[in-house]
Write a protein that binds this ligand. Structure first.
Ligand SMILES: Nc1ncnc2c1ncn2[C@@H]1O[C@H](COP(=O)(O)OP(=O)(O)O)[C@@H](O)[C@H]1O
Ligand code: SF4
Ligand SMILES: [Mg+2]
Length: 375
């Protein structure tokens, strides 16, 4: 489906309540990126008259904040909305709902012209370094063209500037005149990283940047990204399905399932006090190198349900070993369970939460009865 076929859709009430600050609440000074109730819904079916009738909720009410100079790792099975979230933050897709604050400025609703001024500041590195480089441009042109266009460097200092960025990314000066097809995957990803960094961004969204590379090359690229972060004070959103990579590079970790953030917290908390049954299942699937350590594997039952028709209640309930009755009908709130550690799961309901759910269910029931009487 093409982007221009996609349409804004009305708010729904069936998603979990999310603990995000109100619209317009100021963003803390040390926060670079503040995402509040972000939604990206794709229209997947239209009526005969062209009216949207079915939506795929690729990103559904996601909230988080990311401090300057830190790395947020995003994990989750394929299709859970990681790439769509990254692209929506950078407005490569229209935002269906919610807000994105970059350096305190709300950027999800500003005009394209205004956003274009900010674009160099927010860059994305894609998974496939083969598809994302134009075969007709030289390495020098690929890295320097946008920097020249955005006035980051002038024509006089162009070559010198591009060579300095290439050096920073481990690329030899004589690659300047060569073409991308002459390089291996690892070198191509270095070219993609250099192209992004030439724009002097503050935020870089890395979407599975090493997944397409040989294992031997992956560590080199990850270590280079870490060094560049320390040197340039970059802030990363690092999307990956590889938990060992996420553990290595992240300060905070967000776990996504069917378009929603189900757990979020500092790396230490997420790994040492894992809360959500889905995160536990993901973590238990990672092989332990020590043969003497017994693995307590939690096997995920069944396939991921379709995001077009997600299960009612907790979206994970069809696969959860700890599913309770309430999970089948009431979506759990995404809330802080311990300091800086958020989770959406009924296992952590307090008495107040239960009272709130019961009141909401009673109100819903009363509304249905009124409707039936009127019919
Ligand atoms: N342009 C699009 N139109 C319709 N559906 C899409 C589009 N892009 C992604 N999707 C769907 O959105 C869901 C999330 O996809 P994606 O963000 O690529 O997941 P991930 O990166 O976690 O693998 C998937 O079900 C995918 O099929
Ligand atoms: S809310 Fe229920 S079904 Fe969902 S993860 Fe928690 S225990 Fe499992
Ligand atoms: Mg993806």
């Amino acid at each position: 489906m093409r982007e221009n076929e996609l349409e804004m859709i009305p708010e729904t009430t069936e998603t979990s309540e999310v603990l995000a600050p109100e619209t317009g609440t100021p963003v803390a000074d040390d926060v670079l990126l503040d995402v509040r109730n972000l939604k990206k819904h794709f229209v997947v079916a239209k009526s005969f008259f062209g009216k949207p009738i079915k939506w795929l909720k690729a990103v559904d009410n996601v909230s988080f904040t990311l401090k300057k100079g830190k790395t947020l790792g995003i994990v989750g099975e394929s299709g859970c909305g990681k790439t769509t979230m990254g692209r929506t933050i950078l407005r490569l897709y229209d935002v269906t709902g919610g807000e994105v604050y970059f350096k305190g400025q709300e950027v999800s609703k500003i005009s394209n012209k205004e956003f274009d001024k900010l674009r160099p500041n927010m860059q994305m590195i894609f998974q496939d370094p083969y598809a994302s480089l134009s075969p007709r441009l030289t390495v020098g042109e690929i890295i320097g063209e946008a920097a020249l266009q955005h006035g980051i460097v002038d024509k006089k200092h162009y070559k010198e500037y591009v060579l300095s960025v290439m050096k920073m990314c481990g690329l030899q000066p004589h690659y300047f005149e060569r073409y991308p097809h002459e390089f291996s995957g690892g070198q191509r990803q270095r070219i993609c990283i250099a192209r992004a960094l030439a724009l002097k961004p503050e935020l870089v969204i890395c979407d599975e940047p090493v997944s397409a590379l040989d294992v031997s090359i992956q560590a080199q690229i990850i270590n280079m990204l870490k060094e560049l972060q320390a040197e340039l004070g970059l802030t990363y959103v690092f999307i990956s399905h590889d938990l060992s990579v996420v553990k290595h590079i992240s300060d905070e970790v967000g776990v996504m399932y069917l378009g929603s953030m189900v757990e979020f917290g500092t790396k230490e908390k997420i790994f040492s006090n894992t809360l959500h049954p889905y995160t536990k299942a993901l973590f238990s699937a990672v092989p332990v190198p020590n043969p003497h350590v017994k693995m307590n594997r939690v096997i995920l039952k069944g396939d991921i349900p379709s995001p077009v028709n997600p299960p009612k209640g907790c979206k994970f309930h069809t696969r959860c070993e700890q599913c309770m009755e309430i999970c089948k009908s009431v979506p759990p709130k995404y809330k802080q369970v311990e300091e800086g550690h958020f989770c959406a799961c009924h296992l952590y309901d307090t008495q107040e939460d239960i009272a709130e759910y019961e009141a909401a269910m009673a109100a819903e029931q009363a509304a249905t009865e009124v409707e039936q009487t009127q019919d």
